[in-house]
Design a protein around this ligand. Structure first.
Ligand SMILES: NC(=O)c1ccc[n+]([C@@H]2O[C@H](COP(=O)([O-])OP(=O)(O)OC[C@H]3O[C@@H](n4cnc5c(N)ncnc54)[C@H](OP(=O)(O)O)[C@@H]3O)[C@@H](O)[C@H]2O)c1
Length: 290
């Protein structure tokens, strides 16, 4: 059985892939509200409320799994960078202690794939090579530090980590709007949107990232402990804005470039100017799988 913990936007894209490519039953957990999905899930899928900081919720989830062998996609997180900075204790309870509690409580985990982030690497230096999975990590914000602590727990249990770059795309949940949805709505209403001329990331669409990790995870072959999941090349936030405008048929002129300094004024915690990721190991594995 597949268990998707914290079935938010990424989890919902993974759910779609699992349904399209396997006959597995799927149990999805949600935290605040049950997702109202835009696609049909049928009889194979069950949803269950679960707060990973609550032992009782996790024990009930374990019971519901009924002793079945589990392939787990662990996506639950407190991940807004500024919210983590402002509420580090609360975030740590979810990002680190909740994960520990999950491992204490759950049984029969055959494989587990943890959704981590490029923020664990820190900042790419001018002229340096893209980060690869074996590089040292030096996160510059609290979110990156908490995710790195969580990765260590996952790896100590012998499971796998996917480090995602910035993810973009429409939310499959009618009640949850992604950054992409909000930008599209503003552009389609004829508004101007401001995008920072910086914060370069190897951004990747949710759909592509989910396809990639589902293929990797469900192939049944052993994977390296950590894999980067990212797009082909760096793009600034402004370039991402232009891409979104193209995708929704809006004019490029509606996307307004603002300087890094101006954009960063609104941030509470640090953001790397650039996080360049290598996807060569991931691509090599995918190519071997054909
Ligand atoms: N989005 C990106 O650009 C990006 C980039 C790199 C890595 N990631 C990682 O990818 C994963 C999925 O992100 P996403 O973009 O799909 O965001 P998302 O839609 O916000 O998914 C995160 C999920 O975690 C749940 N959650 C929060 N607190 C929880 C708790 N105490 N117990 C159980 N579940 C809880 C959230 O539920 P509620 O909303 O109901 O609280 C939500 O469903 C996260 O681990 C994130 O760190 C995301």
């Amino acid at each position: 059985m597949v268990l998707i913990v914290g079935c938010g936007i990424l989890g919902q894209y993974v759910l779609k892939e699992v349904l399209q490519n396997t006959d597995e039953k799927v149990l999805c957990t949600y935290h605040a509200a049950k997702p109202a999905l835009r696609f049909e899930v049928g009889e194979r899928v069950r949803f269950r409320q679960c707060d990973v900081t609550n032992r009782g919720d996790l024990q009930a989830l374990s019971t519901l799994c009924g002793g079945e062998r589990l392939t787990v996609f662990y996506c639950a997180a407190y991940h807004n960078i500024d919210a983590v900075f402002e509420h580090p204790r609360q975030a740590h309870q979810v990002n680190v202690e909740g994960l520990e509690l999950f491992f204490e409580t759950m049984r029969n985990i055959d494989s587990l794939y943890f959704a981590s982030t490029d923020c664990v690497y820190g900042e790419s230096q001018a002229g340096s090579k893209p980060f690869c999975e074996t590089d040292a990590c030096a996160p510059i914000n609290e979110y990156g530090r908490q995710k790195l602590s969580a990765e260590k727990i996952v790896l100590a249990h012998g499971y796998r980590v996917f480090r995602f770059s910035l993810l973009y795309g429409a939310s499959p949940d009618k009640n949850r709007k992604s950054f992409y949805d909000k930008t599209v709505a503003a552009l389609q209403a004829g508004e101007q949107v401001e995008m920072i001329d910086g914060l370069s990331r190897c951004a990747i669409a949710y759909a592509e990232a989910a396809k990639c990790i589902t293929r990797l995870a469900l192939s049944g072959e052993s994977l390296p402990p950590i894999l980067n999941i990212c797009g082909e090349s760096l793009m600034t936030k402004y370039e991402l804005g232009l891409l979104i405008a193209r995708q929704c048929g809006a004019s490029a002129e509606q996307v307004e470039k603002i300087s890094k300094e101006e954009g960063k004024k609104f941030f509470k915690d640090k953001r790397a100017d650039c996080i360049d990721l290598s996807r060569s190991v991931t691509l090599q594995i995918l190519m071997q799988k054909g």
